[in-house]
Every structure is written in structure tokens, then in C-alpha cells.
Design a protein around this ligand. Sequence first.
Ligand SMILES: [Zn+2]
Ligand SMILES: [Zn+2]
Length: 457
Amino acid sequence: MRTKEQVKREILAAIDRRAEQIVSLGEQIRRTPELGFKEVKTARLVEEAFTGLGLAPKTGLALTGVRAELRGAAGGPTLALLGELDGLVVSDHPLADPATGAAHACGHNCQIAGLLGAAMGLLETRAMEALSGRIVFFAVPAEEYGDVEWRVDQARRGKLEFLGGKPELLRLGLFDDVDLAMMIHTTARPEDRKAAVGVSNNGCIVKTVRYLGRAAHAGGAPHRGINALYAASIGLAAINAIRETFRDEDTIRVHPIITHGGSQVNVIPSLVRIETYVRGKTVEAILEANVKVDRALRAGALALGAKVEIETLPGYLPLYNNEAMAKVFKDNAISLVGEAEFASVGHRTGSTDMGDLSHVMPALHPYMGGARGGHHAADFEIADPVLAYVAPARALALTAVDLLWDGGALARDVLKVSKPRMTKEEYLKFQRGLQGRELFDGNAPHPASPRGGEEKR
Ligand SMILES: [Zn+2]
Ligand SMILES: [Zn+2]
């Protein structure tokens, strides 16, 4: 019988023997960035790697997800180790795909390398013979919530319901047999040092907005037009004006972009499209800010007598890192990087669909270093490939060993003290309840106005 320490040492040695291969997988993915739900090449690479290890992966989950599992002794809990497949559009990144603008500017390529490396270490050492329960290796699509129009279109065609990877996988039942889940996100923030765990992350809802005006000759007859761009810019200015009503402790973030701003310069724009998130620390804060954002958007339509169509989509719930799992990760991370290189960080204002998982099961989303530059920025790059690609493999595998050792005792403890905030059914109901579409007519009759409020042109 091997001791836990022996198994861990063997896993570390196995991962180190594969270090070059793990780095090269991470680099290969970095050079093949794909957008969410379209990670076809990356998914194939994961599938081939899993198959090469003797696993039997299921593919095409929520379009591109790949899942495989390892069984230990019967009766233990099931732990999912996750890696995110997608890049995001940062067109001026030096490694951006020239056709799509996709780049790995959030380091998700490191997650996949780490996931594959963890699988290698656990398989090669037959670690499951000493563990109970199951480990699910899950490469998941579409963490970055962008490319919204395309995704909405996929939803209309019935190919998706939720527009983020983990929510969609949850809906499809692909986490029904999972008890707890973890992943490791790469970080470029110096304050995170080599490994870090935060407390929580903002959640968000997503909005698509269409200002509808009327086209007219911009030189000859602008009075005949309704300028949708001006309506939109007043809506955006109104959003900026309400920022001072947001409380610091709610960490609200609203950051709209115009995705279509007019068609031809000598035509008064009749259509402007906007996308935005409304992020916040709690669901209540997000919903409150959302009411104000909708009001601000209507103001633009009202000023110009345009129409505005506001579509609200479920985004991601706030992330709450499970403290008991965080402790297990922290001990392992310190054993790998040293106490001085571990950081405990507070609340983060980005959002992740790991937040959704954290509402239905104990979940952990820590960070490991190795990157530099800005996340989602053109200067994001891998500074230390061993730390970025190999260290997460080690930390994932060691944490899994701790959780599933001794009949899965630690994992059982985690489950005992952590009551999920929602059942899966409650989660689905809540997210579906956020969905809404409003058409506001800024030129609707107004009884107090001398001409009935309606402008007749
Ligand atoms: Zn990101
Ligand atoms: Zn990310």
C-alpha cells in the first residue's frame, strides 16, 4: 500500500517527466486561439490527448466540450477538474487569429495544458487505485461571454439555450453526477504572486440593445430622419451619469460597446446596436443596477423619438470560492511554490461562469501565475511556461489526491459543511427568469404634451 505522500511524489515525478510535452500542448493551443462554442481544433486536441491516455472521452458537449472520467474505489464523491477551451477577441494581440481576432489573452490555454498534465500524472501513476470516487476531466467551452449576436442566433436555432459554457453544460445535465468542481485560472497580476485564492467574483447579466430610428438623407433632409446614433449616445451618457449612484461595496461595472453604429455616412443612422454587461457583487446589486441601466437606455430613445429594444440575457452568477476546498488547494500550492509566493486575495470584479457552478456545488477557482501583461489585453503573454502550464497540472492532481484519499474523506467533509445556494432546478428557473425583451417607443403619445406628445413627421 502506498502512502498518500508516496502517491503525490510519484505524480509530481510523472508530471515532471512530461513537462516538455505539457508546455508544448499549452503553446500549441496558444497559437490556435478559438472563440467560445467554436473551439473545434482545441477540442480535438483534448480528445486526442485523452484517448492517447486510454480514456474514453465524450465530445461535442454544449457544442465543443470534452469530458472523460477516471474511477477509483466505489462509493466516493465525484470531483470535476475543469479547463476552459476558449480565447476571446483581442484583434491587436500579436497571436490573434487574423480571421476571427481570437487570442488567448486570458490564459485559458494554460488551463487545458494543466488539465491534460494532471490527467497524465494521475493516470501514469495509477493514482485512482489509491483513491475513492471519480475524477471527471472536463474541457469546457465558452467562458468568455462575447460574440453575443452569434450566440443569440445559435439559441434561436435551438443549438444553445444559455450563452455561456458552464451554464449550458449544467442545463444539459453534464454536471448532474459531479459533487464538487475546481479549475485553476492563470494570472498575470503581480499581487497574485505564484498562486492565489480569492473570496468571490462579480456576477453579471448581459444585454443587447437596438436603437431604431429612421434613415434619411443626412445632407438634404435630416429633419425627416430619426438619428439612432444620437439616441444611443444619449443612452450611453445617461448610463455614465448614473454611475455615481452605484455603491462602492456593490462593485458595479457597466461597460457598453457599440457593435453597429450606422451604415453609410450620408445616411442618418436608423439602427445602432449595443452590447453591455451589468456586473455586481451580489445578485440584488446587479438587478438594481440593471433597472437603472434600462431607464438610462430609454432616455436616449425618448430624446430623439426613436425606439429602443432592450434584450436582457442571463449572464453569470457571482462566484463564491468554497473555503474548505480553498484550504486544500492552498496547502498544496504552498508545497509547490512556497509560502511567500502564495496570496490570499479578496473580491474580484471580473465574472466567470464558475460562479454558476459555485451556486449548485462546492467550487474553487484559484489562480496560478506565469503570465504577464493585462488580461484581455494585447500584451498578455506567457512569461514562465513551467509555472503557467506545468504548475497547475501539479496543483490540480495533488488537490484531487487529498480530496479523494481515504474513501474521499476530505471531499465528504467539504460536502458536509457546504450547503449549495441553489438546486439545479432553482438555478435554471432563476436564470430563465432574468430573460426579457422590452420595446420602448420614445415617440409614444404623452397626454401632458400640447400635441399629445407624438411628433408627426
Ligand atoms: Zn477572461
Ligand atoms: Zn479567463
